[in-house]
Design a protein around this ligand. Structure first.
Ligand SMILES: *Cc1c(COP(=O)(O)O)cnc(C)c1O
Length: 435
C-alpha cells in the first residue's frame, strides 16, 4: 500500500509494512534469521552488487529492520534509511560517510556529549577535523568556519539539555550556498514535532533509543536520506570514484556510488560500506520494539509536551531554581522560531540550574521517587540526571560551558506519569534538599 497521502499519525502505524508478504500478521513478525535463501546464482549476483534490494544476510538487510527503515524514512519525509544498533553508530556513519578522506565538519558546540567527543578527540585520528561554532544560529560565525574541505554541517534540531533550537531553514540555505550538506540530529523533537527535511536538511539522524522507541527498552539509531543533495558535485570524491563492490569486474562494467545509485548514492554508501564493514546492525527484536514504540509516538509525545510545559511553568519561578531552560515556554528567547518550526512543542526534555550547594543538589536528586535517576531521555517514565557528571562528562569544560552544562545543571525527561505526581515529587525533593 502507498502511504504518502496518509496523515503522520496513521503512517506511524502502517508505513513500510507489507502485510501480504507475511501472512497478513497484524504485528510485524520478528525475522530472527541471520541469512536468507538467494534462490539462484543470477539473483545472488544482483543482491550482492546492490542492483536488487532484497535479503541475503542480516548484517546488510533484514525484513523486520527494513520495515522500521521504511517507516521512519516516510515519517521524516526522506527517500531511504539505514537503521543502526545505536544512535552513536548512526551519527558516526552519517558524519564519516560525508567527511571521509580528510574532510572537515562544521558543528554546533551544543550537542549530545558523545557526539562532541567523537568529533573533538576521535574523528581527528581518522583525519577528519571539526570546527565547533558556539552559537549555531550565528550564521556569520558558521560561514567563517567553512573551509575548502568542509564536507558537512552538523547540528541538533533541539539541543540536549539546553533545548536551544537550531534554525534549520537558515542553516540549510547557508550550507547549500557553499555546496555543503546539512546533517541534523532530530532525536529530541522526533519527526512528530519537527521534520527537518521539509526545512532543507539533507540527512536526518536519530537515536531511536529515545522518543521513537519511547519505553527505554531498546537501543537504536537511524540515518535518513532526503535524496536532495547532489553528492557528485565535486566536494565528495568518495561518491564518484569507482568501487569494485558496486561494479561488475567480470564484464568490465565499473560504477561509482553516484553512477550506480543516483539520488540514493549517500544512503547506499552508508549501507554497503559503513553498515557492512562496521557491522553495527540492530537486532530484529530491537527493530520490532522500535516499531511498536512508534505506534504510540504521537500520543506519547503530545502528553509529554503538555506535562513538560506544566512542569517548566512550575520550575520557572521556583525559589531554588536559578534558571530554567525550556524553549517551549520561551526561556531561550526563540519564541518566534519555536512558533514556526515546532508549533506542537519542543519535546519532553528540559533543564534547570539548581540554586544550592553541590551537596544539596545531590540530596535533591537522591530524594526523588517518581523520577528515576537514569541517563536517558524520551522514556515513558520520567527521568532525572546531572549532565555535567554523567551524560556530558567527556565534553571539555569550555564546550560544556558553551552548552550551558554547568555543574549545578539538572536535566529532566518527562514521561507519562500524571503531571501532578511529578510536580509533587520535585516539591518534596526540594524540601528534603533544603531541610
Ligand atoms: C542519546 C543521544 C544520542 C546517542 O544515542 P545512543 O542511542 O545512546 O547511541 C545522540 N544524540 C542525542 C541527541 C541523544 O539524545
Amino acid at each position: 500500500m502507498s502511504e504518502e497521502h496518509l496523515q503522520f499519525g496513521t503512517q506511524a502505524l502502517h508505513a513500510g509494512y507489507d502485510r501480504e508478504f507475511v501472512a497478513r500478521a497484524s504485528s510485524i513478525p520478528i525475522y530472527q534469521s541471520a541469512a536468507f535463501d538467494m534462490v539462484s546464482v543470477e539473483r545472488g549476483d544482483r543482491l550482492s552488487s546492490g542492483e536488487e534490494q532484497g535479503f541475503s544476510y542480516s548484517r546488510v538487510a533484514n525484513p523486520t529492520v527494513d520495515t522500521l527503515e521504511r517507516r521512519l524514512a516516510q515519517l521524516e519525509g526522506g527517500i531511504s534509511a539505514v537503521a543502526t544498533a545505536s544512535g552513536m553508530a548512526a551519527i558516526s556513519f552519517a558524519l564519516l560517510a560525508a567527511a571521509e578522506g580528510g574532510g572537515h565538519i562544521v558543528s554546533a558546540a551544543e550537542l549530545y556529549g558523545a557526539s562532541v567527543d567523537a568529533m573533538e578527540t576521535f574523528f581527528p585520528q581518522f583525519g577528519i577535523e571539526t570546527t565547533f561554532v558556539d552559537d549555531i544560529n550565528d550564521l556569520a560565525a558558521v560561514e567563517q568556519a567553512i573551509q575548502p574541505n568542509t564536507r558537512a554541517i552538523f547540528a541538533e534540531t533541539v539541543a540536549n539539555p539546553s533545548t536551544v533550537v537550531t534554525d534549520i531553514a537558515s542553516l540549510a540555505k547557508l550550507a547549500h550556498r557553499h555546496g555543503i550538506p546539512l546533517i541534523v540530529d532530530n532525536t529530541v523533537p522526533t519527526p512528530y514535532l519537527c521534520r527537518p527535511i521539509e526545512l532543507g536538511a539533507d540527512v536526518v539522524v536519530h537515536s531511536t533509543t529515545k522518543g521513537i522507541t519511547g519505553h527505554g527498552n531498546a537501543l537504536g539509531g537511524i540515518v535518513i536520506d532526503s535524496g536532495n543533495f547532489d553528492w557528485s558535485a565535486g566536494k565528495h570524491p568518495q561518491f564518484t570514484q569507482e568501487e569494485l563492490v558496486v561494479s561488475d569486474e567480470e564484464h568490465g562494467v565499473w560504477h561509482s556510488f553516484a553512477s550506480a545509485f543516483g539520488k540514493e548514492a549517500y544512503i547506499r554508501r552508508v549501507r554497503i560500506k559503513y553498515l557492512r564493514t562496521f557491522g553495527a546492525v540492530p537486532s530484529p527484536f530491537n527493530a520490532y520494539l522500535q516499531l511498536i514504540g512508534l505506534e504510540t509516538l504521537v500520543q506519547r509525545v503530545r502528553q509529554q509536551v503538555q506535562s513538560a510545559t506544566r512542569i517548566a511553568q512550575y520550575l520557572q519561578h521556583h525559589p531554588h531554581v536559578r534558571q530554567l531552560n525550556y524553549s517551549g515556554i520561551g526561556t531561550t528567547g526563540q519564541a518566534d522560531l519555536v512558533r514556526t518550526m515546532l508549533p506542537k512543542g519542543v519535546g519532553q526534555v528540559l533543564s534547570f540550574t539548581f540554586d544550592g550547594t553541590a551537596e544539596q543538589m545531590n540530596r535533591f536528586i537522591n530524594a526523588t521517587t517518581v523520577f528515576s535517576y537514569i541517563p536517558n531521555i524520551g522514556d515513558s517514565k520520567s527521568l532525572i540526571v546531572n549532565p555535567a557528571k554523567i551524560t556530558h562528562r567527556e565534553v571539555p569544560r569550555r564546550l560544556r560551558e558553551v552548552a550551558g552544562v554547568s555543574d549545578n545543571l539538572i536535566r529532566l525527561s518527562i514521561g507519562l506519569e500524571d503531571a501532578d505526581d511529578l510536580i509533587a515529587d520535585l516539591e518534596q525533593a526540594f524540601a528534603v534538599a533544603f531541610s
